[in-house]
Design a binder for this molecule. Structure first.
Ligand SMILES: [Zn+2]
Ligand SMILES: [Zn+2]
Length: 220
């Protein structure tokens, strides 16, 4: 089975039936665990998009919050109230959600055999590492600590092959050399120059985008 990353909350969408709103969330469905990465700003919009994309919230095993900002964590409390699952947040963020286990992550941490937190980087943000065998995908919220710092923190898990998420004001494009795929979305300000410099690996984002990662070694 392929691991897939499906964007369920984003600033843009190409499908008018889906709702675009400032924020980010994606569903990482792996053979071991399905993780909701960030929750966008608004739980109702999140739910509507997941319904339309036929992603059953009951399949979510854990919620992973990149950082405290409202456009990533706004949907968290209402989501886990309806679907109580464990939550991973960076150490500096104390979410207001009762009755679910909350892991406040400081250092790199396994979430399952193939999914990892980079640990909190720059005192505020964690990213999700998906080991798909030959390389890893790095899923980021806003990249406030910088793309280079997040990629460095992921390197302990293997080569970073794919980068997906919000890159904010990132413009040191050479950092992306060697990637197999980049999907800069959400708050990314220089998406056009990334597309022009790396047309072969560039993937457009937006709600409804599904990115299959290569199959994991040793799985089917
Ligand atoms: Zn942010
Ligand atoms: Zn953001």
């Amino acid at each position: 089975m392929h691991t897939t990353v499906t964007i369920v909350y984003d600033n843009t969408t190409r499908d008018p039936a889906l709702l675009a709103d400032w924020g980010f969330a994606c569903v990482v469905a792996s053979p071991e665990k399905t993780v909701l990465f960030d929750t966008g700003a608004n739980a109702t919009i999140l739910q509507r998009n997941m319904d339309y994309l036929e992603i059953d919230p009951k399949t979510i095993d854990a919620v992973f919050i990149s950082h405290a900002h409202w456009d990533h964590s706004g949907g968290l409390a209402p989501f886990v109230e309806r679907f109580p699952v464990e939550v991973y947040v960076p150490r500096s963020y104390q979410p207001d959600c009762r009755d679910v286990p909350v892991h406040r992550v400081d250092n790199p941490l396994p979430i399952s055999q193939r999914l990892f937190s980079t640990g909190e980087v720059g005192g505020m943000e964690q990213a999700l590492v998906v080991d798909y065998g030959d390389a890893c995908a790095l899923i980021v919220g806003c990249s406030h600590p910088g793309v280079a710092a997040l990629m460095e923190s992921a390197a302990v898990f293997g080569r970073v092959g794919a980068l997906i998420g919000g890159l904010h004001g990132f413009n040191q494009l050479s950092v992306l050399t060697g990637l197999d795929l980049v999907c800069p979305t959400h708050c990314t300000q220089h998406g056009d120059s990334i597309r022009m410099h790396y047309p072969g690996i560039y993937r457009a984002g937006g709600v409804g985008t599904t990115i299959p990662l290569p199959p994991m070694t040793g799985s089917d």
